[in-house]
Design a protein around this ligand. Structure first.
Ligand SMILES: [Zn+2]
Ligand SMILES: [Zn+2]
Length: 144
């Protein structure tokens, strides 16, 4: 037991020394949590209770959220239907600038993700949207 404590003490000291040694001007700034905006459904489509972020099923990059693991278990039988039910009524974000390019939105180009219809400028941005659906949707909402 005593040996273990000594090892633990040594390890934390070594980790500390290591941190100091790795300081360099080339270091990237720490990744900042961009926003805590929750873009999922807040009402469980199965029970009508409030959803929890850790209870979800995913289908093609969209997550349907539920109140409990029991609802998740039953939704897993058909994730596509669960997503469709959770986002039955999409709402337009109404952004005027494409969240990817910053260009004006083209009324023919939009993508609907988790009930948010985001305006885009072109087919290329539509493809790029898939690389970070949540991030681009947040950008569109925040650009308004
Ligand atoms: Zn539930
Ligand atoms: Zn574009």
């Amino acid at each position: 037991m005593r040996n273990l404590l000594i090892i633990a003490a040594f390890c934390s000291f070594a980790a500390c020394a290591n941190n100091k040694g790795s300081e360099s001007p080339d270091n990237m700034p720490p990744t900042v949590e961009t926003t805590t905006l929750f873009l999922g459904n807040t009402t469980c489509a199965t029970s009508g209770h409030p959803t929890k972020p850790e209870n979800f099923v995913e289908h093609e990059g969209q997550r349907a959220y539920f109140c409990c693991s029991k609802c998740v278990a039953s939704a897993k039988a058909d994730p596509a239907a669960a997503v469709a039910k959770a986002y039955a009524k999409p709402t337009a974000v109404g952004n005027t600038a494409c969240p990817i390019s910053g260009n004006d939105v083209n009324s023919d180009e939009s993508v609907t993700w988790q009930g948010h219809t985001v305006g885009l400028c072109c087919a290329r941005c539509k493809k790029a949207f898939a690389s970070d659906r949540a991030g681009h949707t947040k950008t569109a909402i925040e650009s308004k």
